[in-house]
Design a protein around this ligand. Sequence first.
Ligand code: SF4
Length: 349
Amino acid sequence: MIAAGTQKALNIIRSYDGPPVRIMEVCGTHTHEIFRLGIRQVLPAQVTLISGPGCPVCVTPVEFIDEARWLALTKHVTICTFGDLIRVPGSEGSLANVRSQGGKVEVVYSPMDACEYAKANRQEDVVFLSVGFETTTPASCLAVKEAAAAGLTNFSLLTANKTMPQAYEVLKGSADVFLYPGHVDAVMGTKHGEELAREGVSGVVAGFTASELLTALAVILVKFPQGRPFFKNCYPRVVTEEGSLSGQALMREVMEPCDAEWRGLGVIPRSGQRLRDAYGAYDARRKYAVPALKGHVNPACRCGDVLQGKCTPSQCPVFGKGCTPEHPVGACMVSHEGACSAYYQYGGI
Ligand code: SF4
């Protein structure tokens, strides 16, 4: 039994007869949920969904994997990481290969887990691979504060944390409407989306259930034909205008903006987060004097184009052939939020 509101949204979507519209699912979780829930099948032909760069593992550049491998193999640190990152190819191999070369890599489920590992294993130097957007960065900040409070000297972060608003600036024009990630806006609030609408860039904040996604898409299809830029928060049970003030304060206290390289998008000014000087002892790059590494990606991989919405995963020549989840060539096939993995898993074209 479908709730009345959801049925209404479904009816609006199915009966859409307005102009063609390109909607970018900025967030990889949205990409997967839209596939998994079968929402693509109910969209009219003139509605195109484009997968964007909102998968933290996918946008992390190859040099980051190279840095982590260098730390494990040259400085003999224990790398603590989320499982996805282990199979992402670096220039000379992945972190999985590091294990077979004698390096130590531990899978953890949170930055605090890595901190606890460091507490329990003080004879090891532990580096946590801190990737993620505003949703996960506060947890890395908390782990650093906990390490400082506990007087740990064997724990640090290799940071590749990023913030989304600067990416939206780069992606302007890639789509007609952004489907904003609800979990990011839960932390950061809606001000940036409202500002972008004033600049002519439309967007809707969406949650992650079938009802929330259908409602957000229906709102887009009602508003887009009206021809005026719009912003709508369709996830009000979680997202507020100001966001999480405590999460924002924690990030401001521990980290500061820096220029950051995004796979496929290049360097985006002030789109990264690095540890402030006050927490410099927990910055693995400073602690171990990590050299600047120039990485190289497999030339067959089109992750960069996929992340910018310039091609679909299935338009990559090695999609499903040389590149599968079992044998990934690029990051977008590895991560459970990656567009290539979603297309492969759900048979997207
Ligand atoms: Fe890269 Fe594989 Fe996706 Fe092609 S299918 S873009 S090689 S991850």
